[in-house]
Design a protein around this ligand. Sequence first.
Ligand code: NAP
Length: 345
Amino acid sequence: MTLKIGVIGTGAIGQDHIRRITNVLSGGEIVAVTDVNQEQAKQIVEVEKLNAKVYDDGHALIQSEDVEALIVTSWGPTHEEFVLAAIKAGKPVFCEKPLATTAEGCKKIVDAEMAYGKPLVQVGFMRRYDKGYRALKNVLDYQKIGEPLIVHCAHRNPTVPDNYIGDMAITDTLVHEIDVLRWLLNDDYASVQIVTPKTSSLAKNGLKDPIMVLLETKKGIRIDVEVFVNCQFGYDIQCQVVGETGTANLPEPSSVIMRSEAKLSTEILVDWKDRFIESYDIELQDWINSTKKGIVSGPTAWDGYVVAVVSDACVEARNSGEIVSIATGDIPEFYKGNLSIVGEA
Ligand code: NAP
């Protein structure tokens, strides 16, 4: 059985997911697409030689009898309305982050899904599918370094475009660490403080860059995340867990080790798309397989909601300079059986 998928939003990542479902993965077929830019939607149908209808808007696509499941890859502020409409139609939906742009919007989705009575929503936090993070999770889950005590992280981009402004270091960049670290540690956050060191002279548009995010979890683990989006040298994701009996580092992406011109060197990636390309494949394949079984096995609407609450607290902490408490509430029974907490190398 092939899962008939409709895609709302055929921009960068929408096209990427269409390409992987059509050419790389199995068990899914793109039968419908839409975008406010209709020309772009028509073009992807042509380029990928899809047997897909181009719809006028997302709501018409969601209602279509031809569409069994949805991928929402439109502009962030539109996600909430499309995910709510998908739940209303009883259709499984994979939504790229953010689930909604406000914690309130995410909570509406959680409430609508629980009222519907069956999990339908998966959020696109792909780092949980990265082999390196899964291997690191195995080390922690099997207590190979004892209980985790401290986590040191860095999220570095070489540069960012001119439209990267305001709180985006938190709402666009840090959100990946917010999700993956609570999954990695089987824990939730209790508080956050943000400190701003000297700003790089290469940061543009009044951006304070880098920032240091200091999180504390409910179990008392201390996390520091350096977010530095104008580091110049590459796209660099670091994560080191300090445990009671050892340390464990996120593996570096594999690269040729060169001895040349009196130097021992390995390449550093510069594009985030290359760093996590395999995790997107694994993520989408897992979504197709799980959707066919009628389950959600990846990050849930609850996970999307928690990230939004923590992200809001981070923004408040940055604006106030204070330590801000984080209250996400207890995970509802409805979401407890979710499988996304399981790691595998
Ligand atoms: P993008 O290139 O700007 O694509 C978004 C597309 O959605 C654009 O073609 C836009 O059209 C279209 N759109 C806007 N409103 C729409 C509506 N009401 N109905 C249908 N289409 C609509 O952005 P992107 O980089 O693909 O990102 C899309 C989403 O994915 C964002 O939420 C982003 O945060 C997320 N994302 C996640 C990851 C990840 O690592 N998980 C990576 C990349 C992106 P116009 O351009 O004409 O407005």
